[in-house]
Structures are given as structure tokens and as C-alpha cells.
Design a protein around this ligand. Structure first.
Ligand code: PMP
Length: 368
């Protein structure tokens, strides 16, 4: 069996087979350049074009207006947990509003507290992060410095299917695990960030989309504690080549965005495929008469991470062992939660999901 084809890893996740083949070739020799991608200067015209095409592809996929800039940064989504409050909260005298809806949004909050006051509009931990709030019913504050949430909680498999926040407060969103999996209105966001290693490419690059106007409130002179490499303005000015960027990772993001545009046909088409994939697995869970127990309730189930338990840890271990023997990878739940997690990012095919659904039904026996 092709193990790449049955990779359900939570991240770094599966990439399209055609992208892997092109990346393999680039490792030895990039067509038109005649050099390995690992040895091409980030100051070359060729690489400037790669950055420009990747940005344009993302703009086309999202319908991104000119009010918003696209940056390719390093440090993962985790660095954004700090860069955002350093930029928008430090010295503002205001409060930042956060939703604490799962493992990753919980991680985003302590770095913000280092920079200023943080208010939780919702804390799902007492409910063991098993549900999301209704976005219309949250106690938003009109003069918050910004509002931050995570659109898809990768660990728990909880996804917002509506945009949270107020249109009058800067809206900041960690879309690391569902960016480019479905269309949305990017003009309603002031800052979006997504690391590449779910739907976009390899680890090493993080896409940040922001409205530069948001930075106008910052003083011209940086606070002395803010290193220039952490200043969005430095990266904007340098068009993402402030220092040596991850050339290979950005190249692969370009290949993946080409695949989305030309092979898949855009985000509407991608979303339809992703919906069918998720529905197939949830159907197996729902029809199993409690053999499989979904973590998230129906309304907030993720179309990217299908998280479930079996009756006992022993049964879960047997499931993982047998699935691995059958060629599946990455099904082990996150280390903080245990259980099973099937991550069905863009590159996981419908046929791979069908194979997993069949395996789950067989494993459950007559109840499946
Ligand atoms: N946010 C979300 C939603 C994530 O899923 C993850 C990691 N899986 C992170 C942030 C942390 O990302 P990184 O490891 O790139 O810093």
C-alpha cells in the first residue's frame, strides 16, 4: 500500500501526490533554473516570482481585497501568539478579548497576558472543551484592542461554522488547521494566520494576512523591547524577504495553491469535497450504536479533524494497531486528549476516507 495515501496525521499532514512529485524533482533540479531548490538564493529573481505567485494564488483563492497584505513568516503559529499582542496590545491600555475553546486557543492566551490585559469571553475548559459557544451570544466589548479566536480546534475537532466577533473590533483568527479548506469572507478579518503544515505545505512557513491599516496606530519608534524581526512592518516593507525565508516551504505552498486552483477548481469545490469526507466518517460514528463516540457535538463538528473514542483504552489501542497494519498512519489522538483523530485535510482523498470508513465498519463488526 501507498502509506502517503492513507496518512491521516494531524500535522504535518498529507500533501497531494502531484505536489510531492514536483517537490522531489525540485530537490534535485528546479525546472528553468537548473539548481536544487535547497541551493537557490532567496534574493534571486526566480524566488521573488515564487513569492509573488504564491501570494497571488492565495489572493485568487480567497478573493482577497487590496486592503489586505499577505506575508510569509517563520516561527509557526506559536510565534503569532506573541507577535499579535506585542503589536496590538502592548502599551495600548486596552483589553484583548479571547475565546478559550480548546488546546490551541488556550495556548494562545498566556503570551498575550505578558503584553497586557486579557479577557476571556468564553472558557470551554470546565466543559472539557466539548462544545463551542454560539457566536451571536458572546459578551463582546466594543473597545477591545482586538478579538482573537481559533476557527478550528485541531485537537478536539471543534470548528466554527460562522464567523465570531464584531465587525467593529479588529478580528484576529488562528486558521492554522482550516485555512484554504473552505471559502470565507476575508474582508471581515483584520489579521489571519495559518501555519503551512496542515493544508498548505511543509512546516517552516506561516501565512499571515493582515490589513496594514491596523498597524497605523503603532508608534513610528518601536517600543525598545520589540526586535525588528518581530515587527510586521519590517516584513511588509521587505515583501516577506526581510531575512532568509524558508525557500523550499514557500515553493511547496506555491505548488499546493496551484493544485487548489487548477486541479481542484477553487475553494468552493474544495469545501464540497471536504464536507463529503467529513460526513462519511461522522456517518460511520453515528451509525455505530455507541461503538465509536464522537468528541464534538453535531453543530460544531470539525470538517478537518474527526475526533472520537472507543469504549476502552484497550479497544482504542487495538484499533490503532490494526489500522496501522492495514496501512493507515496518524490516527492516534493528540497526546493531551488520547483517543482517535482522523485528520482529513485537503490532500486526504475521498478514496482514502472511504477506505478508512470501511476499515472502521469492519472493526466495529456487526454494529458498524
Ligand atoms: N494553532 C493551531 C490551531 C494548531 O493546530 C497548532 C499546531 N498544530 C498551532 C497553533 C501551533 O502551531 P506551530 O507548531 O506551527 O507553532
Amino acid at each position: 500500500r501507498d502509506r502517503n495515501a492513507l496518512n491521516f496525521s494531524g500535522g504535518p499532514g498529507a500533501l497531494p501526490a502531484s505536489v510531492l512529485a514536483a517537490a522531489e524533482q525540485a530537490m534535485i533540479e528546479v525546472p528553468d533554473v537548473g539548481l536544487s531548490i535547497l541551493g537557490i538564493s532567496h534574493r534571486s529573481d526566480w524566488f521573488a516570482e515564487v513569492v509573488a505567485e504564491t501570494e497571488n494564488n492565495i489572493r485568487r483563492l480567497l478573493g482577497l481585497p487590496d486592503t489586505h497584505a499577505v506575508l510569509f513568516l517563520q516561527g509557526g503559529a506559536t510565534l503569532q501568539f506573541s507577535m499579535i499582542p506585542m503589536t496590538l496590545l502592548r502599551g495600548s491600555g486596552r483589553t484583548a478579548d479571547y475565546l478559550r475553546t480548546g488546546y490551541w486557543s488556550a495556548k494562545s492566551i498566556p503570551p498575550a497576558r505578558l503584553e497586557g490585559r486579557v479577557r476571556l469571553l468564553w472558557d470551554g475548559e470546565p466543559g472539557r472543551f466539548r462544545a463551542l459557544p454560539e457566536v451571536a451570544a458572546l459578551p463582546y466589548c466594543e473597545d477591545a484592542a482586538y478579538f482573537h479566536y481559533v476557527s478550528n480546534e485541531t485537537v478536539e475537532g471543534l470548528q466554527f461554522h460562522r464567523i465570531a466577533g464584531l465587525d467593529t473590533v479588529p478580528r484576529v483568527c488562528d486558521m492554522s488547521s482550516d485555512f484554504l479548506s473552505r471559502p470565507f469572507d476575508p474582508s471581515r478579518f483584520d489579521l489571519i494566520y495559518a501555519h503551512a503544515q496542515k493544508n498548505l505545505g511543509p512546516a517552516g512557513v506561516t501565512v499571515v494576512i493582515l490589513r496594514p491599516e491596523l498597524l497605523d496606530q503603532m508608534p513610528d519608534q518601536l517600543p525598545p523591547q520589540l526586535p525588528p524581526v518581530l515587527d510586521y512592518r519590517a516584513h511588509l516593507k521587505a515583501r516577506s524577504i526581510y531575512n532568509t525565508p524558508p525557500v523550499f516551504a514557500i515553493y511547496v505552498v506555491m505548488l499546493v495553491t496551484r493544485w487548489l486552483l487548477h486541479q481542484i477548481g477553487g475553494l468552493q469545490a474544495m469545501a464540497r469535497i471536504n464536507q463529503r469526507k467529513a460526513a462519511r466518517l461522522y456517518q460511520v460514528i453515528d451509525k455505530s450504536q455507541g461503538f465509536y463516540r464522537g468528541w464534538a457535538p453535531g453543530a460544531h463538528r470539525s470538517e478537518m479533524n474527526v475526533v472520537f473514542n472507543l469504549a476502552t483504552p484497550e479497544l482504542e489501542a487495538a484499533f490503532l494497531r490494526q489500522s496501522s497494519e492495514a496501512g493507515f498512519s496518524g490516527l492516534q489522538g493528540h497526546r493531551s486528549l488520547g483517543g482517535i483523530r482522523a485528520s482529513i485535510y485537503n490532500a486526504v482523498t475521498e478514496s482514502a476516507v472511504e477506505t478508512l470508513a470501511d476499515f472502521m465498519q469492519d472493526f466495529a463488526g456487526p454494529r458498524g
